[in-house]
Design a protein around this ligand. Structure first.
Ligand code: MG
Length: 386
């Protein structure tokens, strides 16, 4: 890299956003945080702006605009509010790479804006491809924008596929930790509370994705994400439980050979890899994996009865259209309700499946159809929570 790259981090106060800033602080001559955005975490956004001195910050929650503006008065950082400001700023000619690290469906609008503006994207917001994979794939065909996956599994697929021909791939093997309830008997699953689910064995993540990991919806999302990112049909994507989370995923080829990518379960690794692209790997002094970290690697078949959202995701992949959008919207509503102790753990999958059976299916949705489907599925799911 000859000059530093200007980075827009959408969702800089979340788990991936904070870790992306760690990586930028590690390579200050390579990256400059140009835009930082937050949904509601005004205090942390202010702290980050004072430390990293971006050109712009956006607080999506308009109620907190005055607070952020006052705190950054006298600095060179310009303060904006509202989600439309995000979609507008990512298209600025100064932006080189957009890290999409916001949570949920809210990532869609600004990701589409960034693709239309030919920006390279370090994609951490998996819901973008889950909800509108077909639309995003179409837009990418008419753009010079590249999607570099930040998710550890997709980073693994990407690395395993370097130098390989797509027609030689016979299967993607998507590894899953199994989440916090891997060994919990199905009979007592309904008694699990948010606090139990938030104790993830391997990965430190945000609350939404940790619950998605507990239901294994996260792995279903990742299957859909892999389908769109790599153009591999869902029938050729196999989910395997690997509790140590050392193998981040594997690719099987037509000659029977399997390539795996290994590393410590630390999101800084896939973020560092994604930010190094397209130039190459970034060298680091942080701790490397040793033999003690992988003295035993084990694999299990996932339990589809205990984790019905895995089958729901395959069903959504098979149906196509807006089905995954319906699934995602219902899941967002159900997870939020579970985090507030309004529903049982086992209600999450019931709400998602009922909503998938109820909201009108559209085989070829437009962007406006996705917006309408998201709203309709959310309001139907809300009616199931009483
Ligand atoms: Mg993952």
């Amino acid at each position: 890299m000859t000059k530093h790259r200007n980075i827009a981090i959408l969702g800089s106060t979340g788990s991936i956003g904070r870790q992306s800033l760690d990586i930028m602080a590690e390579y200050p001559t390579l990256f400059k945080p140009w835009l930082l955005t937050a949904n509601v975490s005004a205090n942390l956004l202010i702290e980050q702006a004072l430390r990293f001195k971006p050109e712009h910050v956006v607080i999506a929650d308009e109620q907190q605009y005055d607070k952020v503006r006052d705190a950054l008065a006298g600095t060179a950082t310009q303060v904006h509010s509202g989600s439309s400001a995000i979609a507008q700023l990512v298209t600025d000619s100064a932006v080189d790479t957009v890290v999409t690290a916001m949570v949920g469906y809210s990532g869609l609008e600004s990701t589409i804006a960034a693709i239309k503006a030919n920006k390279n994207i370090a994609l951490a917001n998996k819901e973008t491809l889950v909800v509108a994979g077909e639309l995003i794939t179409q837009l990418l065909k008419h753009s010079s924008s590249k999607l570099y996956p930040v998710d550890s599994e997709h980073g693994a697929f990407y690395q395993c596929l370097v130098g390989e021909r797509r027609q030689d791939v016979s299967k993607l093997i998507l590894t899953a930790s199994g989440g916090p309830f891997r060994t919990t008997p199905i009979e007592i699953l309904h008694t699990m509370r948010a606090a139990d689910a938030l104790k993830h064995p391997n990965w430190a993540m945000g609350a939404k994705i940790t619950i998605d990991s507990a239901t294994m919806m996260n792995k279903g999302f990742e299957m859909l994400e892999a389908k769109w990112l790599f153009g591999i049909d869902h029938e050729h994507i196999e989910i395997v439980v690997h509790p140590q989370s050392i193998i981040h995923s594997m690719v099987e080829f037509c000659d029977g050979s399997v390539k795996a990518q290994l590393g410590l379960p630390d999101m800084h690794l896939p973020i560092r890899y994604a930010l190094g692209l397209p130039d190459g790997r970034l060298s680091t002094n942080s701790r490397k994996m040793t033999i003690d970290d992988y003295c035993s690697l084990t694999f299990e078949r996932p339990d589809y009865k205990k984790f019905p959202l895995l089958s729901a995701a395959y069903y959504a992949a098979e149906q196509g259209g807006n089905m995954a959008c319906i699934m995602n919207a219902a899941n967002e509503v159900a997870v939020a309700a579970f985090l507030h102790d309004r529903i049982l753990f086992t209600d999450i999958s019931d709400i998602v499946k009922k909503t998938m059976g109820r909201v009108q299916f559209l085989a070829s949705p437009t962007y406006d159809d996705y917006v309408a489907t998201n709203a309709e599925a959310r309001s139907y799911a809300e009616t199931l929570i009483q």
